[in-house]
Design a protein around this ligand. Structure first.
Ligand code: RP5
Length: 162
């Protein structure tokens, strides 16, 4: 039997995948079962409603939502689920992701979205943050996360010579 999916990665457009795949790859490396879906707050509002309202009952524990431009997806998702929602601002062409960042980070008090950095670093960190949340209740995952961080530390050379 395959392990239950605990993290949902959603994105506003297929064009966000180039960024959001880094969240998926990070979860993959940590052995966290996840799913990836295109869910647009603007173009597929009913899909968003169904996804957000059904997420907890389906067994998801964390949602990572990436969007660019007028990035309503993370906030709208958070408004319809009590699950923690991590927002990834996708780098937009017109404003280099500043629009995405401000759209996601400036939630009014009452509905939080944990906002990460713009683009690839934010997607990687969203994966790590989701794993860290799950690891508070999963010792095996906590060990894998510690090992991942130790490998990262070991990979940093102290000198600049080749
Ligand atoms: C947002 O609009 C998406 O999250 C995407 O970042 C942006 C552009 O979407 P496309 O026009 O590439 O589909 O909703």
């Amino acid at each position: 039997m395959s392990e239950a999916v605990t993290v949902g990665i959603i994105m506003g457009s297929r064009s966000d995948w180039e960024t959001m795949r880094h969240a998926a790859e990070t979860l993959e490396a940590l052995g966290v079962p996840h799913e990836c879906r295109v869910v647009s707050a603007h173009r597929t509002p009913q899909r968003l409603y169904d996804y957000a309202t059904g997420a907890a009952a389906r067994g998801l524990k964390v949602i990572i939502a990436g969007a660019g431009g007028a990035a309503h997806l993370p906030g709208m998702t958070a408004s319809m689920t009590r699950l923690p929602v991590l927002g990834v601002p996708v780098e937009s062409k017109a404003l280099s992701g500043m629009d995405s960042l401000l759209s996601i980070v400036q939630m009014p008090g009452g509905i939080p979205v944990g906002t990460l950095a713009i683009g690839k670093p934010g997607a990687i960190n969203a994966g790590l943050m989701a794993a860290a949340i799950l690891a508070t209740n999963d010792l095996a995952l906590a060990d894998r996360l510690d090992a991942w961080r130790a490998r990262q530390t070991d990979a940093v050379a102290e000198t600049v010579e080749d």
